[in-house]
Design a protein around this ligand. Structure first.
Ligand SMILES: O=c1[nH]cnc2c1ncn2[C@@H]1O[C@H](CO)[C@@H](O)[C@H]1O
Ligand SMILES: [Zn+2]
Length: 371
């Protein structure tokens, strides 16, 4: 049975890959820009919303990333960062997300005079505010943050240290982001080695705009716990006409070790990593039982939400509630919060949530003949 929009919206969802500076409300971008006299490419919320999606629909990651100048540009004060983070938590909660890991690069938010510590504190304050507003609205959510270093810059070790300093105050891990081609993960090896020595968690954007060497370095040199995108792992497999797949050594390693793939279908179409949702490797990777998770990447630039990504995947691959529960449990198993807390979310929130949806269906089915 195809899940209805209502079911998708109500289903508990877990998000591991969402950029804070890629998920602002257009209204907020306008207001914050007006406060500081920042010039935007559009003057009203609807035009600005379309401008972001159209410009990000560029066929290349580098051009997609150019749009971030206009969100990062207005996220340079404590107030702006706290507001954006609070709204992020509220928007995700309203979409039925119960746990999210949201990432941003602190080094991009120091142009207005804040230091890295102040940036992290302002964002954490926003997440706590958003969580309490969401709880008050009856849609509880927990948000953990991932601090990213920009791969073309040279501050990764410093950002890794910031992660360790703040790991008991809301920060759950580390990542590297930005243009992938020409900036391999090993460029930041010292940061990853530091984090490993500190028993800290990290994911690496790899296999999005560049292929297998990037994934291999992320896993076998840097020790990534998860792959951001990782979608190009399909380059290491061949699929016969009857659907039988043969995996190369790296793809087999990724599947055997249950390496989580933070797949972001809509974003991949905009950057040219896939041609359409129907042709997106998500379907193949899920069929082959890789540890797939569903993610938004950038809700503003990709005009999406978790519910929207679920709906697109259902249309393309016929997924039902059981599949969504599987993707959601996969995400929680791969989250960077402590094991007992992940387990509690799986058993107390996710499974009962899906059970309630299935019970509603059974009830509707029983009632249908007599009504
Ligand atoms: O899909 C992506 N791949 C690589 N980098 C990205 C992606 N989306 C956003 N960013 C980059 O990450 C920074 C911190 O959030 C953003 O400013 C953007 O430059
Ligand atoms: Zn990303």
């Amino acid at each position: 049975m195809t899940p209805t929009q209502d079911e998708i919206a109500t289903a508990p969802k877990v998000l591991l890959h969402d950029h804070l500076d890629g998920g602002l409300r257009p209204e907020t971008v306008l207001e914050l820009a007006a406060d500081v006299g920042y010039e935007l490419p559009a003057g009203d919320a609807e035009s600005l919303r379309s401008w972001f999606v159209d410009s990000a629909y560029s066929g290349s990651l580098e051009r997609y990333l150019e749009t971030f100048a206009h969100t990062v540009g207005i996220m340079q004060t404590r107030e702006a960062l706290t507001r954006v983070a609070a709204e992020c938590a509220e928007d995700l909660a309203a979409d039925g997300v119960v746990y999210a890991e949201v990432k941003y690069a602190p080094e991009l938010h120091v142009a207005g005079g804040l230091n890295l510590e102040e940036v992290v504190e302002a964002v954490e304050a926003g997440f706590r505010l958003g969580e309490s507003r969401a709880a008050a609205a009856g849609r509880p959510i927990r948000v953990g943050s991932l601090l990213a270093a920009m791969r073309q810059a040279a501050r990764s070790r410093e950002i890794a240290e910031l992660v360790v300093e703040h790991r008991d105050a809301g920060v759950v891990g580390f990542d590297i982001a930005g243009a992938e081609a020409g900036f391999p993960p090993t460029r930041h090896l010292d940061a990853f080695e530091f984090l490993q020595r500190e028993n800290a968690h990290f994911t690496i954007h790899a296999g999005e705009a560049f292929g297998l060497p990037s994934i291999w370095e992320a896993l076998q040199w840097c020790g990534a716990d998860r792959l951001g995108h990782g979608v190009r792992i399909v380059d290491d497999m061949t699929v016969a006409a009857d659907g039988t797949a043969t995996l190369g050594r790296l793809a087999a390693y990724v599947r055997d070790k249950r390496v989580p793939l933070e797949l972001c279908p809509s974003s991949n179409i905009q950057t040219g990593a896939a041609d359409s949702i129907a042709e997106h490797p998500f379907g193949l990777l899920a069929r082959l039982r890789f540890r797939v998770t569903v993610n938004t990447d950038n809700r503003l630039m990709s005009g999406t939400s978790m519910s929207h990504e679920f709906a697109l995947l259902t249309d393309a691959f016929g997924y039902d509630l059981d599949d969504f529960q599987w993707f959601t449990v996969n995400a929680l198993k791969s989250a960077f919060i402590p094991f007992d807390q992940r387990l509690a979310l799986i058993n107390d929130v996710v499974k009962p949530g899906y059970a309630a949806l299935n019970a509603n269906r059974a009830f509707a089915h029983v009632r249908a003949p007599s009504s």
